[in-house]
Design a protein around this ligand. Sequence first.
Ligand SMILES: [Zn+2]
Length: 401
Amino acid sequence: MMKILMLVCDGMADRPIEDFGGKTPLEVSMKENMDAIASRGICGIMDPIAPGVRVGSDTTHLALLGYDPYMYYTGRGPFEALGAGLEVRKGDVAFRVNFATVDEDMVVKDRRAGRINKGTADLAQAVNEISLPGVDFVFKESTGHRGALVFRGDHLSSKVSDSDPHEIGKKIMEVKPLDGSRDATRTADLANEFIRKSHEVLKRHRVNEERRAKGLKPANMLLLRGCGVAMDIPYFEEKYGITGSCMTTTGLIKGIARSVGLELVETPEGYRDRVMTAQKVLEEKDFLLLNIKEPDEAAHDMNPERKIELIEAIDEALAPLVDFVEENYMVLLSDHTTSSSYGDHTGDPVPIIIAGPEVRVDDIKTFDERKAAKGGLGRIRGRDIMQIMLDLLNKSEKFGA
Ligand SMILES: [Zn+2]
């Protein structure tokens, strides 16, 4: 069977930049391989969810995989927990967690506990030993100062606020119910009890005593935010009848991938190795989602020059894919626009190429935001992509006689 590689250059699309004579980083970049793939494909622009909707990488990746984010996304927590390797079942309520530093008055001194990166597994183990009557819970450390907390049981609700004040110098917030339901009140109470008890355990933990002795900030508080309830999401393989994997360095996108049953593949360091590994994975699997995060980070840092360097570095690694699309399919796109002048995601549409056998190749030979807009694909939504791909594979179900 023909294979599908979906390459997401995260936040690669941008707005016109004055210093670049009104061009975008993609328009300024030298990118012969992306252009070669555009010449062999059909181009267009895509609204991740709908025109002008500013999306996160999580909601847009759900859409790119063909799932309605408004149906399956209630908060970041469950996906963060899946990304951290926790098991999450339908009905579980999950939070994103930061290891943080507070003083005796519960005022936040550091939201990342001095960017702690060692000893968090030991801290998490101690936290899991506290008792929280009435609910099963698991807390797990993730990368750096991050972690995730899952509550499992009856009468839970995701309609609760954050304990994270999102600012240094402010007291931690009490978790509050966001609607009048008893379940939300109960969940907020449980969260507050968890915060109190975990603080007691953390503040006198050996790891933190050692940190204090070394002049490092203790990770004595867990900040909770992004509460969501896990939904029953149909698995990718069952939905489409094709097998799939995902390669990404981002915990949250790992979580999205796991939520639909995509197998996670280890990400090699360099872009060439990633592309090579992707091709190897596709010898076994029908579909691979490859997310390359770095262009988005450059735009969040408001560094469009860096974004250009990254686009050019990614492009160099794509050389083998120009031949790949003779026999297989490739979807090349940005998951959303990240504006280097605004420093965050914006709701502008993104350029997209679909290349592969029997695609109605158009006359677009350069891949960027403005050229792609003149392509044969026109303007589509994120959720349309998988349907288009199934149709190209002749796997789309016929509607009518
Ligand atoms: Zn993104």
